[in-house]
Design a protein. Sequence first.
Length: 608
Amino acid sequence: MTDKAAGKARLMAPAIAAFAVITVSGCAITPDPIEASAIEAQAQRDMQTLAADQPPLTGLLSPEEAVSRALLYNRERHVRTMQTALRNHQLDAANFDMLPSLTASAGYTTRSEYSATESVPFVDGSPLSNTGPSSYSVAQEKERYTYGIDFTWSVLDFGLSYVRAKQKADEYLIAREEERKAIQNLAEEVRAAYWKSVSADRLLTKVGPLMTEVDESLDRSRQIGRERLSDPLNSYSYQRSLLDVKRSLSSLRTELVGAKERLASLMGLPPTTAINLPRYDSDALEEPSLKIDVDTMERTALLLRPEILSSHYRERISRNDVRAALLRMFPDLSFSAGYQYDDNSFLRYNDWTSAGAAVSYDLLNIFQARANHKAAKTAVEIADEQRLATSLAVLTQVHLAALDFQASERKLETAKEYLDVSRSISDLVVRQASTGSVGELQVIKERLNALVAELRRDLAYAQIQTSFARVFKTMGLDPYPIAPGDTPEQLASSLASRRAAWEDGQIAVVIRPIADQEPVLTTAQPDEPATFQFADDTFALAGDVNYQATMADGSPLPAWLSFDPATRTFSADADAPAQSVQLFVKARNQRGVYALDRFVLTTAPDRT
């Protein structure tokens, strides 16, 4: 290094050190807590958002409207929907990973001195010292502009990206099933909270006056004890009985308090929201009916439960891991092409194109790939076992849900009978108290017993509503159809229609839609009638199945078209018009459980 170069280096060293210190200090991060004022401002905005995100409650709230508002405005429901959307966006991003790499670049470089080089002779493996005058050459300018476009494509990367994109697609489907499960759970929770709120709205108005009466009786008894107007033992026993009544009333109030707040929260409303519930005549409430067919319920659950479908997708993801491990065992074939430009005036050609192909293989990769392949196969076996375990758990839940509904029916019937007896006893004691035959404590006790019996009857009714919803949740049936509507009123109507269909027995599933079976009337011979037969495994329905076919509007089939339920065959007369008709096929078993399928039958008798 010359003295001049050494001097420049000494001058630059402090500047470089200072720049490094400033850069490092600027990259240091210190904790920065959020100020309370910012949190308060955000809290106020959140409260305004919570209050304004849905139309206000007007009139009396029905159970269907409560569920519809929860499904439309519940915050956790929105989180599930956004998570599904995120998985969809991740799938879109994964699809771009399969594209080749196309890189555009541009640059500018400068240096303080020319890149001058000196050549010396090279003899016997060593350069000789230059004893003569130095001669330098320059092949690059001090300032240069460059740009270019490079295209590269790797066959192995494409295969791996394709497999990963398929896994992302399955992850999106899993997110959709988790969203379905959240919707089903939410609908069940809202129904239970609604009927508990109805009970609380009616019974809390009775608990308060009775609690006041107990407190007044306690005060009188304590006053009598202080004045020693009665036997102290009798006075204390009387007070203890009253305190037992008060403790029961407190437990009853605890059971009911907060029901409306919980319902408001499920509907995405602040807990202070006023909710007007109808005053049901609880004695006249009709419990839901259910056609129990455990075999069909099991088949429906194995086809529709989100957990089962998610386990299938997870198994498919594991199988794609096996494919990815196999792909890594192959060599990589890559292609490249590009265009470059350099404004260096010393170049003979300032722009040029290039192309190439290369094969590469990591020889040590075969050992890791084999280990990865074995691990992936083990993951597939684990996923298969998890699917079987999930299936067994689902089948158990279906049986337990059916048994729970039947037990809820019996419990409600017993609660009704118990309430009738408790009311009769309470009325009798009140009449006896008016004649002085029984004391005040006995009247309070029996009124409490009647009130508790009424609560138990109401809770039993709420439980049967919950059990009813749980039966269909265990089968994986969605509480509303595909296009339920965008407003609470439209969705509530769809929920009511779906519930009515469930009570009527529509719980079976269409496995192979008739529309996918090419429903066209054909004939093998010109003189034979044109027919169409749908498959025996079209519906997942247990037991002996009876089929019925009608027009889509429910009217009978046209005179030129007939249907044989025994063979599941449609037949057209020879003079049938060449047209298409929309039909309904209803498959029902001996328990009254059924499934419906709509399709278009093309009537072309002359088609061969």
